[in-house]
Structure formats: structure tokens, C-alpha cells
Design a protein around this ligand. Structure first.
Ligand code: GLN
Ligand code: ZN
Length: 745
């Protein structure tokens, strides 16, 4: 049995397969097209591929139990028996119970889905109560370990650690259950040791966020208990996404053999380790290769950091900063990228080579390291954009007085009280997707494609007129995705062909890459909006994605501050807003659904982020005259922490997800003195249910009680692209009727 950790490792690897095989298999199983055995076959093939890849790359320490049918937090819930009764009661097979927790069934809603720290991955929130009976169920971890061993690969099973698991859970004071849960982990560790497992990895990323002294003490108690077990594997506690702070000395006070730190997102961890004194008997697993972005590592700088650590600890291993789950599988699949860009990139497969090279260089010197990429091509620089940015003054982020804006907009738009509108997209039908695929494949020419999209715009405008909405949209049929659509048109941005990353369950996204100075070469949306406006006398709302969201859902360059890149995007959007206004568009919505999700994990870093985020939005939106009404839209989150920033955006109207939280956000807005227009969602579009007229009336009445009617808008929670036309028509009919009824028409 090996007891040393090895020289190089990754904290996790993409599990979806190079061609999203897992997505296809899981969705086929859900649709009843394949059975559980066929699904299990595909899964085993994918796991074997990953282990072989890692072994053939000569990675020393290989993880297992990083595969998941849906989500690794859900897997850990199953491993500790935290399956709520409402799912056990369904009497389904183990696999179907698992999918029921993930996706819900008719009778039972799914576990809540939420963001995994500051990434675009979503995990299922465990439900833990005083009555939850924890039971050790190491079956999956043991099976994967045995499966790999049969292939000749010795692995290190990975689980979410007990403290993070409870900190992510919801229920009545779940953290009070830590001691019970730790006993369950103790039984799992014993079972792993019985099977011959030498090392186990327990992930504790929750400790890179602000934690109370009690929570830190609990971490210490948990790992002291697990460390004191006489029969157990060696324990590697992995942390990632930031600075460990006071949790580091707490972990060092426990007998765990290895501690992993993220040196990309948390460079201060080096100082903390140095301050902790000699780390005798410990392995430090140095997260030197960025697992959350796609740039090649500066290997020489990484070796230098590794060498500093080597002077402190008994043993230093090189790792990715976090699981490679967050980057695409293999750069080799990208055949259409500019070679000057691809030579700067590393996807998961390439990052494995980087950790291996770094591990060797730490031991044998830097002689074998590949050369760094050449300097960035001059053409990626836009001096005009840079000159504009340096010339910016505070007034460029400032609109006219709100009272003047309201008056000018009233005169121009002449809207009724409680105006009705939608958030932008209408259903993306199978025909639209087929047309896009035909166009991509070259079977439908540009003119034919534009014609199809225009026909859809005309249809959407007619439908809205028939339904009696007040502010119309063009429906966004031409957009594959609200970020990629803009990235494809902006200089300095590139889209990938196969760069899929798991977002949640079987859902994958393909984030664009922002690699150079961002510049707009031509209007991006004006023709579509102007065409829609030409078809109606009602105002049509132009539709843009805001700078923060464009950054949040892309891989962004790291050679300049995010704030500067955000301002470059904002300038492009500012020009777009002006062109929309010049084309006669009187209402422009700039979506910022990701404003909350990129909020830094530590409070100390949050204000600086919010400052540049708000500044970029205002730069994008303040170049238009007072009579142009600027809307913004936010969703997917609890807004409490960013509510003052929402106010600071200074949009004339803010539409916001509210129906699930029963309009609570209105009280939050009132509490900070927000006094501009607001459209709390009155229809939960995440559900296929058509809300009854009375329900919508009730929601509008609740809103009117919190916000004066002259500032209140009536709209759904979010865009309608994932819904079907029958439910959209029925729901919007109720929405318009509810507004009319409350208005007293
Ligand atoms: N305008 C976008 C839409 O309607 C907004 C989507 C979002 O908030 N995520 O689809
Ligand atoms: Zn939304």
C-alpha cells in the first residue's frame, strides 16, 4: 500500500464525456429510451476513459468517485443516507429515487438547486433536519475504487467533507448535526480502509468564505475525530476557490495528512502556510493550475511558488486549484480556433499535462518545461478603445436627473398605469433550432435564415398585440444564447465548438472566451429591434446583455483587471444603446441576471466588485437621452446582499424574479429607499404550469400594496425561451387581464 501522496494530482475531472455522452445517456434514460443497465454501461465506459487518460498522462495520484449521474453533492447526501422521507416514500429504485431528488416527480418537487460557490455549476441543496437519520452508504465510492483497480489504476475516492456538506444544507440548524454526521463519515472511512483505500479526499471549500469562530472550531473537531480513527485511509482535505483564512491553523491542528490550498484564487494561502511554521509530517497539495479558467499556466512562476512551499512542508504535490469540472474536456477537439489563441489555452486534458510537468519540475528542475506562449498578437489590442477608456469622466456614467427622465419618458411612451411587458425571449421552438442548425451546416443561406427569423419576429409582435401587452419585445429568436450571441459579434471574443461545461445535471453550457480588447465593429441588435418596431405602434423594447453577465458567463482574460474588461464590454453596449435610440427604440433592457452570482465569497472583497460592476452597467446605459427608458432584469438569486447595488444601477425600471419568494424583494427594495420603476415577476416561468387568473391578480395586488401603482410593472419572472406557446399564450392572457382588473379598467 502506498502511503506517499504522489507528485501530481487533479481534484476532479469532467464527467460528461468528450462529446457529452453522459448528457445523452441520462436524457435517454429519463425519456425511457434506454434502461438502467444501458445507462450504467455508458457511465462505466466514461469512468474508464477518464482513469486511463489520467494514468496515461502519468498523473501520480488519481481521484475516483468524481463521476456523478447528476451532482456530487447529491452523491454525498446519498453516501450519508440523507435522503428525505418524501423521496423514500415514493418506493422507487435507488437510481430513480436519486433522479427524483434531482429533478422532482409529479408528487414531489426536487431538492433546491443553487450555485456552487462563485461558479456556474449548480448543486442540489441537501435537506437536513433534527430527524435526519444518517447512515453510512459507501457503495458508490467502493464500487468506483474497485472498478478502477480492476483497470489497474489505484485511486483516491473523493467526497464532499462533512463540514462543507452541512454548511451547504438547508433545514432547521443543520450544522447542529455535525457530530452525528462525522460518526457516519467515520464508518465510511473505515469501510474504505477495509477495501484497501490508501488515501481519501474530503472537499471543504466552504471554508474559503467568511466563517464564524464556532464554524471553524467545528471543522477542527470533525477532523480531529476522523484523524484519531485507528483504522482509516490517509486524509487529504481539499479546499478551493479562495483564501483559507483562519481555517488553515484549525486544520493544521488536526492529524490530517494532507491539506490542499488554491493558490490561483487564494495566493495569500502561501503567506498563511509560511506563518504557520514548519509543516512537519504534512503533505501540502498546491493548487497551482487554474481549474476554473482556460488559460495555460505560467509554469515557471508556478514552480517558484511550489519551491517556496517545498521549503516549508515535508512534501509538496502539485494539483489543479479546484476540480477540472469547470473547464471543457479537451482543447484538441477545437479545430476552428485561431491558432494564436489556442496556443494560449489549456482545457482539462491539457491541465493534467501541466500538473504532471510541474510535479516533475519541482523534483528535477525546470529544464524540461515547455516554453511559455509568445507575447499576445498586436492585433488583439484596440488602442481606440483604450484611449476612450482613459478619457472617461464620472459624467459618462451618469444619466440626467430621474425626475426629468420620468417626465420625458411619460410624454414619449404614454403608458397606462401597471404597464405589462415580458422579459425578452419567446419560445425557442423546434423550428427555430432546426433553422439555426441548417444555417450552421450551410444548408440554409444567410438571407434564408434572416427571413425565417424575421417571420418569427413578426409572429411574436402580432401575438403580443393580440394579447394586449403594452411594451413589446422582438422575442430573441436569432439568439442561440444571451451571451454567446454578443461574443460572436464582438472583437476580442471567441466561441468554441465543443467547449461544453456542466452547469447542472445534464445541462451543459459553452462559455465564450474573452481574450483581447473588446470592440464592437458594427451594430449587433439594431436591425432586429428596428424591424419589430416597424410592425407596431406600441413601443418595442431593445434587448441587450449587460457587461457583468457577459463576463460571468465567459472565460475571461486574466492579464488585466476584470473591471477594465467590463468597461470595454460596456463601451460596446453604450454604442449599441445609442444606435438603438437613433433607430427609434424608446425602451432598452440591459439584462444583468448574473450580478449576484459573481459576488466575491469574502465580504472584504465584495464592495470593490460591486463598485466596478455598477460602474460598468452605468457606462453602458448612460449615453442615451432622458426620454429613452432603460430597463434591467435580474434573476436566479437572493438579492438581499446586492440590493443597494441594484438601486445604484440607476435603471428606470428593474424587473426581478419574485413569484417564488412571494414578492419579498419588494420589501427589501422599499427598505433601502428604491424609488424607480419595478416589475416583480408575477408568473413563475420555471414551471410549465399556467397560473390561474386569480393567482396573478393576487400577486399584482400584493405588489401594489408594496409599491405605488405608478411605478409598478406587470411581467413574468424571466424570459420565455424554455416554455411552449400554448402555456405562454394562456399565461400572458392572464397577466394582461390581471393588470386590467387591478387597474380597475
Ligand atoms: N432577456 C433574456 C430572456 O428573456 C433574459 C434571460 C435571463 O434573465 N436569464 O431570455
Ligand atoms: Zn431572468
Amino acid at each position: 500500500m502506498t502511503t506517499t501522496f504522489g507528485q501530481s494530482t487533479v481534484l476532479g475531472y469532467p464527467r460528461i464525456g468528450a462529446n457529452r455522452e453522459l448528457k445523452k445517456a441520462v436524457e435517454s434514460y429519463w425519456a425511457g429510451r434506454i434502461d438502467a443497465a444501458a445507462l450504467a454501461d455508458t457511465a462505466a465506459t466514461l469512468r474508464a476513459e477518464v482513469w486511463r487518460t489520467l494514468r496515461d498522462a502519468r498523473l501520480d495520484a488519481i481521484p475516483s468517485n468524481t463521476f456523478s449521474y447528476y451532482d456530487h453533492v447529491l452523491d454525498t447526501a446519498v453516501a450519508v443516507g440523507a435522503i428525505p422521507d418524501r423521496f423514500t416514500r415514493l418506493g422507487l429504485s435507488e437510481l430513480d429515487t436519486y433522479f427524483a431528488m434531482a429533478r422532482g416527480v409529479d408528487a414531489e418537487p426536487a431538492l433546491e438547486l443553487t450555485k456552487w460557490f462563485a461558479t456556474n455549476y449548480h448543486y442540489l441543496v441537501p435537506e437536513i433536519g433534527p430527524d435526519t437519520v444518517f447512515t453510512a452508504n459507501p457503495t458508490k465510492a467502493l464500487a468506483e475504487y474497485a472498478e478502477a483497480r480492476d483497470l489497474g489504476v489505484v485511486t483516491r475516492p473523493v467526497l464532499v467533507g462533512p463540514a462543507t456538506f452541512l454548511l451547504l444544507a438547508k433545514g432547521h440548524d443543520p450544522f447542529a448535526r455535525l457530530d452525528d454526521l462525522v460518526e457516519t463519515y467515520a464508518r465510511i472511512l473505515t469501510a474504505l480502509a477495509d477495501a484497501g483505500v490508501a488515501w481519501v479526499q474530503l472537499d471543504e471549500p466552504a471554508y474559503v468564505t467568511d466563517r464564524s469562530p464556532e464554524e471553524i472550531a467545528a471543522l477542527r473537531r470533525a477532523y480531529t475525530r476522523l484523524g484519531d480513527l485507528t483504522h482509516r485511509p490517509r486524509i487529504f482535505v481539499a479546499t478551493y476557490f479562495g483564501d483559507l483564512g483562519d481555517a488553515l491553523p484549525a486544520l493544521l491542528a488536526t492529524p490530517v495528512e494532507a491539506i490542499g490550498v488554491d493558490l490561483v484564487a487564494g495566493p495569500d494561502n502561501v503567506k498563511r502556510l509560511a506563518a504557520a511554521g514548519p509543516l512537519r509530517g504534512r503533505t501540502i497539495v498546491a493548487g497551482l493550475v487554474d481549474g476554473h479558467n482556460i488559460w495555460r499556466t505560467d509554469l515557471r512562476a508556478a514552480v517558484a511558488t511550489g519551491a517556496v512551499l517545498a521549503g516549508l512542508a515535508d512534501h509538496v504535490a502539485v494539483a489543479t486549484s479546484c476540480s477540472l469540472l469547470h473547464v471543457p474536456v479537451d482543447l484538441a477537439a477545437e479545430t476552428r480556433l485561431d491558432p494564436r489563441l489556442s496556443e494560449r489555452l489549456a482545457f482539462a486534458r491539457q491541465k493534467v499535462d501541466e500538473v504532471v510537468a510541474l510535479g516533475r519540475a519541482l523534483r528535477d528542475g525546470t529544464g524540461q518545461l515547455p516554453p511559455p506562449p509568445p507575447a499576445a498578437p498586436a492585433g488583439w489590442r484596440h488602442d481606440d478603445v483604450r484611449t476612450r477608456l482613459t478619457a472617461l469622466r464620472p459624467v459618462d456614467r451618469q444619466r440626467g436627473d430621474y425626475a426629468d427622465r420620468v417626465a420625458a419618458q411619460r410624454r414619449r411612451l404614454a403608458l397606462p398605469a401597471l404597464p405589462t411587458t415580458t422579459i425578452g425571449s419567446f419560445p425557442q421552438t423546434a423550428e427555430l433550432r432546426a433553422a439555426r442548425a441548417e444555417h450552421r451546416a450551410g444548408r440554409l443561406d444567410d438571407a434564408g435564415y434572416v427571413q425565417r427569423m424575421r417571420a418569427e419576429v413578426a409572429h411574436v409582435v402580432r401575438l403580443q398585440e393580440r394579447l394586449g401587452l403594452d411594451v413589446l419585445v422582438h422575442g430573441e429568436p436569432e439568439r442561440n444564447d444571451m451571451v454567446q450571441y454578443f461574443a460572436e459579434q464582438l472583437d476580442g471574443c471567441a466561441a468554441t465548438e465543443h467547449g461544453w461545461v456542466q452547469s447542472y445535471g445534464s445541462r451543459c453550457v459553452r462559455p465564450p472566451i474573452i481574450y483581447g480588447d473588446v470592440a464592437r465593429t458594427a451594430p449587433m441588435t439594431v436591425e432586429w429591434s428596428a424591424y419589430a418596431q416597424s410592425l407596431t405602434d406600441k413601443p418595442v423594447k431593445g434587448m441587450l446583455t449587460g457587461p457583468v453577465t457577459i463576463l460571468a458567463w465567459s472565460f475571461v482574460r486574466t492579464d488585466q483587471p476584470l473591471a477594465d474588461t467590463a468597461d470595454q464590454v460596456a463601451l460596446a453596449l453604450r454604442d449599441e444603446c445609442r444606435d438603438l435610440a437613433a433607430a427609434g427604440i424608446g425602451v432598452i433592457q440591459v439584462d444583468e441576471p448574473a450580478l449576484r452570482e459573481t459576488l466575491p465569497l469574502r465580504r472584504a472583497d465584495q464592495q470593490a466588485y460591486l463598485d466596478w460592476a455598477v460602474a460598468a452597467f452605468r457606462l453602458a446605459t448612460s449615453g442615451v437621452a432622458d426620454d429613452v427608458q432603460i430597463h434591467t432584469h435580474l434573476c436566479y438569486s437572493e438579492f438581499g446582499e446586492v440590493i443597494t447595488a441594484i438601486d445604484a444601477l440607476d435603471a428606470d425600471v428593474t424587473s426581478i424574479e419574485a413569484s417564488r419568494s412571494k414578492m419579498e424583494v419588494l420589501d427589501d427594495l422599499a427598505a433601502i429607499g428604491y424609488r424607480r420603476g419595478v416589475g416583480p415577476g408575477v408568473w413563475d416561468i420555471h414551471s410549465p404550469r399556467v397560473p390561474a387568473l386569480d393567482e396573478v391578480v393576487e400577486a399584482v395586488r400584493r405588489a401594489v400594496a408594496a409599491v405605488p401603482a405608478d411605478r409598478l410593472w406587470v411581467n413574468p419572472d424571466c424570459g420565455l425561451k424554455t416554455r411552449g406557446y400554448p402555456e405562454v399564450e394562456a399565461s400572458l392572457r392572464h397577466l394582461v387581464a390581471a393588470a386590467a382588473r387591478v387597474r380597475g379598467d
